[in-house]
Design a protein around this ligand. Structure first.
Ligand SMILES: NC(=O)c1ccc[n+]([C@@H]2O[C@H](COP(=O)([O-])OP(=O)(O)OC[C@H]3O[C@@H](n4cnc5c(N)ncnc54)[C@H](O)[C@@H]3O)[C@@H](O)[C@H]2O)c1
Length: 258
């Protein structure tokens, strides 16, 4: 029997990595993106079905949902991260970040709920961030939006459980995508690899394999969780402190490439 999955923001980056893994797992994947060309290129590569949608617009999401008769898995990966200092966040940026990163998850969970319920074993995976768990200077409203998305995940898990739908989140650390590579090369973001105990940034495949598990029968008793996939980075805060406070080179315990 055909299994159907839909991944938002799967035109590139982590979303594309997830769509690719789910295709390998045997799903027919709806590759959806704000950018129609990216959605179509991803579908051509994977043999999926492209759909254009803007997750922050409930009408656009409902229109896309009307073209999806069956769905067993929804992955909300579309997200934006315009960073700035709190004192400099303009209203438009705040509304856009919450509109995509929080509203996007909500509108998609609402619109695809009927198909997921009809499946009888539906699953939703939201891509949050390690920023949902720790603050950082200069990430603007991104961290607050991801914390809200993690709570939305927990809330939906309880509300949708009677419908047989499990809802979880994956919270990536730093993931190597075109966007992060550019930010590191431009000097906008430090290269965190030396501070990551597992010695490297995540690949989209590292995130996709956890999504694959959460979607699978093996995760049948897991719901409402926000699973951190960061190579041990967040737990390494004492090393970060020693490095910052004392310049102790031995504080860095990462660097062992996997
Ligand atoms: N890259 C990282 O290091 C990292 C770390 C933690 C969490 N994340 C999260 O992972 C997710 C994917 O990140 P990425 O690095 O792959 O991003 P990306 O910018 O490479 O890709 C995001 C995709 O989402 C699409 N998109 C943006 N706004 C949209 C909208 N309103 N409607 C539909 N599609 C839209 C974009 O067109 C793009 O194709 C995001 O939610 C991000 O917050 C990323």
């Amino acid at each position: 029997m055909a299994k159907y999955a839909l991944v938002t923001g799967s035109g590139r980056g982590i979303g594309f990595g997830i769509a690719k893994r789910l295709t390998e797992d045997g799903y027919h994947v709806y590759t959806t993106d704000y950018d129609q060309r990216l959605a179509t290129a991803a579908a051509d590569k994977l043999g999926g079905t492209p759909l254009q949608l803007n997750v922050s617009d409930p009408e656009s999401v409902r229109e896309a949902a009307s073209q999806v008769p069956e769905l067993g898995l929804l992955v909300n990966s579309a997200g934006i991260y315009p960073f700035s200092a709190l004192l400099e966040i303009p209203l438009e940026q705040f509304q856009r970040v919450f509109g995509v990163n929080v509203g996007g998850n909500l509108w998609c969970m609402q619109a695809f709920h009927p198909q997921l319920k009809a499946d009888g074993r539906g699953a939703i995976v939201n891509i949050t961030s390690m920023s949902a768990l720790v603050p950082a200077v200069g990430v603007g409203s991104y961290a607050a939006s991801k914390a809200a998305a993690a709570m939305l995940t927990a809330q939906a898990a309880i509300e949708f459980a009677p419908d047989g739908i499990r809802v979880n989140a994956v919270a990536p650390g730093s993931v190597q995508t075109e966007g992060t590579n550019r930010a590191i090369n431009d000097g906008d973001e430090p290269d965190k690899a030396p501070l990551i105990p597992l010695g490297r940034l995540a690949s989209p495949e590292d995130i996709a394999s956890v999504v694959s598990f959460l979607a699978s029968k093996d995760a049948r008793y897991v719901t409402g969780q926000n699973i951190v996939v960061d190579g041990g980075y967040l737990n390494n805060t004492f090393a970060l402190y020693r490095q910052a406070a004392h310049g102790d080179p031995n504080a860095i315990v990462g660097g062992r490439a996997q």
